[in-house]
Design a protein around this ligand. Structure first.
Ligand SMILES: NC(=O)c1ccc[n+]([C@@H]2O[C@H](COP(=O)([O-])OP(=O)(O)OC[C@H]3O[C@@H](n4cnc5c(N)ncnc54)[C@H](O)[C@@H]3O)[C@@H](O)[C@H]2O)c1
Ligand SMILES: [Zn+2]
Length: 340
């Protein structure tokens, strides 16, 4: 299944239910340079045989400006030029990095993504946000630029570690909370094993998430309004993710429960809905609470990208499938998270 989605900044070809080799139908193979992480390079060495390849160490710790510099040096060694095409093959760390480095190398070369993690497929590869962390601050150096294509080859998921399935489900549950009660109810009667065993159910889930993300980004590509909704669970999530070295999905799961608790106060969410979410997250082997240092978290929140002068745009729920953006004063957030 192939379809284009035209954003203001460019058209992205979506190749759903495709296979790795199909990238060659879209771009001149001879011009391609691949970038992946050490795990994928070892597991899928065959895919990269005879190709120009840059391998970076796996993990969020390497999503930084030092890695960008290393990659630029390797691109120069590989004699990459303005017409070279960079393909990021990996999870969200790789696609965030590949998009960023491609958009700055020689003032910008074209790029495409082949996401290999569930989280990458349903979220990170989509939407044109690229970037890296600086110290504890997540994604603070980055830009908006769309890839030319996103190719889905779900056979990659056969080697995805169990914990990474859960991380992917954190973002899937996020879409369900924000937009899709039917999906929330479907998830509630299933679990990770069900989707691993039922390919059609998994593909349908991925396709719905792709559609939700595209719909939101199309409405607001540079995050002036509606796209902020996708940050549900991410304000606190991002702060604790790098502070405590939590996987992204774990941090988001904890952040979503916190956001629901705050929603109970500010938008009248019923406590039974928070409980439903807690149960669902646990069903997908995700954490729902974390003992964090309130002062340290507040320090990070104050520098959050979603901040205004004395407040932060916080995403709260009114119910499952009904989310709103509320401006919350730091003091109120501090009081709320101190009681979690
Ligand atoms: N740009 C965006 O809009 C956006 C949205 C959501 C998340 N993100 C970013 O994405 C990152 C999280 O993505 P992630 O969870 O994919 O992290 P990741 O890229 O670190 O991948 C997680 C782990 O799974 C391994 N892996 C990936 N695919 C595999 C496969 N098929 N088989 C075996 N192992 C595999 C990786 O090597 C890594 O160890 C975070 O940095 C987050 O900030 C970005
Ligand atoms: Zn996320």
């Amino acid at each position: 299944m192939q379809y284009p989605v035209s954003f203001q900044s460019g058209t992205v070809q979506y190749l759903l239910q495709s296979s790795f080799r199909s990238f060659a139908k879209l771009v001149d193979e001879g011009n391609c340079i691949f970038i992946t992480d050490s795990n994928i390079a070892a597991l899928y060495a065959k895919h990269f045989e005879g190709r120009k390849l840059i391998v970076i160490p796996a993990g969020e710790d390497h999503k930084n400006l030092q890695t960008i510099e290393q990659i630029v040096k390797q691109l120069l060694q590989l004699e990459a030029h303005r017409k070279s095409f960079l393909i990021g093959v990996g999870g969200g760390v790789i696609t965030d990095i590949a998009g960023f480095v491609a958009s700055v190398y020689m003032r910008g070369i074209s790029f495409g993504f082949i996401p290999t993690s569930l989280l990458g497929m349903v979220d990170a590869a989509i939407g044109g946000k690229n970037g890296v962390d600086v110290g504890l601050y997540k994604n603070v150096a980055g830009n908006f630029k769309q890839p030319e294509f996103i190719l889905y080859d779900t056979t990659f998921l056969k080697t995805l570690p169990e914990e990474e399935w859960s991380n992917g489900f954190a973002e899937i549950i996020k879409y369900a909370c924000l937009f899709d009660k039917v999906m929330f109810d479907e998830l509630s009667v299933n679990d990770v094993a069900h989707y691993k065993d039922h390919e059609a159910a998994l593909l349908s889930l991925i396709n719905r998430c792709v559609a939700w993300k595209n719909q939101t980004v199309l409405a607001d590509e540079t995050e002036q309004g509606e796209r902020k909704l996708l940050n549900f669970g991410h304000t606190l999530g991002h702060a604790i993710e790098n502070l405590y070295k939590l996987p992204h999905g774990h941090a988001v799961a904890i952040g979503m429960v916190a956001a629901c608790r705050i929603s109970e106060e500010v938008s009248g969410l019923s406590s039974s809905t928070t409980e439903q979410l807690r149960v669902l997250l646990q069903q997908y082997v995700l954490p729902v609470a974390y003992k964090f240092d309130v002062e340290k978290v507040m320090e990070l929140l104050i520098r959050d990208k979603k901040r205004r002068a004395e407040s932060i745009d916080y995403i709260v729920l009114e119910g499952i499938g009904k989310a709103v953006i509320t401006s919350l004063p730091f003091e109120q957030i501090k009081q709320a998270i101190a009681t979690l």
